[in-house]
Design a protein around this ligand. Structure first.
Ligand code: DX5
Ligand code: ZN
Length: 230
């Protein structure tokens, strides 16, 4: 399981997106882009035109997290624009299989996200259609919220489902991921970590990415020695 860090641009200076992206380009695996539509979540952030503009400047692949009411309509367009990962919410998709397939057909990795109150088990049969499962560790909509430890058992269950299924499916956590919480996520089986405030709220965002990665690696190594499930 290789550890990846996806800094969330939501916590960066939106007026300086390309500069903020460049500041973590040497150390980040992905740039996490939170697309919010003021319907699926109460907040309104950025959409396809800004993603398309950022794609021209970013040297790191974009990990687009669509918190929108109609992902079936919009998600494939993000993949066509060039985003390398597009994640849709299980709660919002009417035709998740069709949409996940359309994302893949357009050349991107396909992600499926679940909110804290949504069980992962009903989506086990969709695993052949996904490249990444995102277990939200806060209610989506805003950065800077406290991490919800109650979600950790679901992270572990998602890892078990993925292991049982086999193949290369990544397990992402998003929300309240900090130096203090990332170890618990890695122990539970997460391997892709979104962090907004913990990266862009730090004095040195690049150093914060490296430090988060080191903490996650240490915890994942402990898990590998038999301190966790699977
Ligand atoms: C929340 C977003 C997150 C957010 C995380 O709805 O999906 O990606 O930016 O921010 P932090 O790391 O500050 O909790
Ligand atoms: Zn997100």
């Amino acid at each position: 399981m290789s550890i990846q860090i996806s800094p969330s641009m939501l916590a960066s200076d939106f007026a300086r997106l390309a500069d903020e992206a460049a500041g973590v380009a040497d150390v980040a695996d992905w740039l996490h882009i939170d697309v919010m539509d003021a319907h699926f979540v109460p907040n309104l952030t950025i959409g396809l035109p800004v993603v398309a503009a950022l794609l021209k400047h970013a040297s790191v692949p974009l990990d687009c997290h669509l918190m929108i009411a109609d992902p079936d309509r919009w998600a494939p367009d993000y993949a066509v624009a060039g985003a390398q990962n597009v994640t849709i919410h299980a709660e919002a998709a009417s035709a998740p299989v069709r949409t996940l397939r359309a994302i893949r057909s357009a050349g991107a990795r396909a992600g499926l996200a679940v909110n804290p109150g949504t069980a992962i088990e009903p989506y086990a049969d969709l695993l052949p259609e996904v490249d990444m499962v995102l277990v939200m560790t806060v209610e989506p909509g805003f950065g800077g919220q406290p991490f919800l430890d109650l979600v950790l058992p679901k992270v572990a269950r998602a890892r078990e489902l993925i292991s049982r299924h086999g193949g290369e499916i990544w397990l992402q956590v998003d929300g309240g991921v900090t130096e203090e919480t990332i170890g618990r996520c890695a122990e539970a089986g997460a391997d892709v970590f979104v962090a907004g405030t913990a990266v862009f709220g730090a004095q040195d965002p690049a150093a914060a990415v490296e430090s988060l990665r080191a903490s996650a690696r240490a915890a994942a190594a402990g898990r590998g020695r038999g301190s966790g499930p699977g």
